[in-house]
Write a protein that binds this ligand. Structure first.
Ligand SMILES: [Zn+2]
Length: 255
């Protein structure tokens, strides 16, 4: 069997029988990959510990061609970024990382997607290092990942006529901000205040200075827009995203 080397970010790990595990990963060079890890339950297996969700690793894979394509075998693993343990120490970061993993799993196929890969690793790094608030990291990741997939929204100019913004409405179906002139013909609209629109723009642009200066109600409103946008394009609501919203509500009430 041929072997290939790649850098992978681990999204999910599932038990396979008594001793083995299947990991779902995104490869820097090879897109989404499912691979078998043999003998992870043995106490001597360091491979299993390195292949925890959210870690970034260099691996060597045995690959199969033809019908079994997609289920490779992991042979060697070298840790690149051990994000998993740092993310698991914080419940909100962990909930956010689960959304990143579920969204990436839904959005990506086996074709190489190096920019998507970089976006996933950057989001997990920000969650592991607490570089920015977890809700902003997550919302920014989702907007930018969908934009890379071809669904770039506008939070400034009108998505229908192009008139310069800011505008008071948003249409998920039409791709973003909608001006008052276009509003009657635009179908289903969400009213959006100017701070929320600006936050959505900042998240898409990666402008942390603007994003982190916002208050909690604005961030909640932006997250509702992001959720609607994700649900529209993926055509269903990510389970982990509903759970993240619940975790955030729990955090807010316990404060
Ligand atoms: Zn317009």
């Amino acid at each position: 069997m041929p072997t290939v080397d790649d850098e992978l970010v681990v999204l999910r790990a599932q038990q396979l029988g008594e001793a083995d595990r299947i990991v779902t990963c995104i490869g820097k060079q090879r897109g989404k990959t499912r691979a078998v890890v043999r003998g992870v339950r043995r106490t001597t297996s360091k491979i299993g510990a390195r292949l925890e969700p959210f870690n970034v690793v260099d691996v060597q894979l045995f690959t199969r061609a033809g019908r079994n394509r997609g289920l490779d075998t992991v042979t060697q693993v070298v840790m690149v970024h051990p994000f998993s343990s740092a993310i698991r120490q914080d419940y909100v970061a962990y909930a956010a990382a689960n959304v990143v993993a579920e969204a990436a799993d839904q959005l990506l196929e086996s074709e190489p997607a190096p920019l998507q890969y970089a976006l996933i690793v950057a989001a997990l790094r920000d969650l592991a290092t607490r570089a920015h608030p977890a809700d902003l990291v997550l919302a920014g990741y989702l907007l930018r990942s969908l934009a890379l997939a071809g669904w770039q929204p506008t939070f400034t100019d009108c998505a229908r006529c192009g008139a310069a913004g800011p505008h008071p409405f948003l249409s998920v179906a039409l791709g973003g901000a909608i001006c008052t002139e276009c509003a009657p013909a635009a179908g289903s609209l969400m009213p959006v205040d100017i701070d929320t629109m600006r936050l959505c723009w900042a998240l898409l642009a990666g402008n942390w200075r603007v994003a982190e200066a916002t208050d909690a109600p604005t961030r909640s409103a932006a997250m509702r827009i992001v959720r609607a946008y994700v649900a529209f394009h993926l055509e269903y609501e990510l389970r982990s995203l509903a759970l993240f919203a619940q975790v955030q509500r729990d955090e807010a009430t316990s404060r």
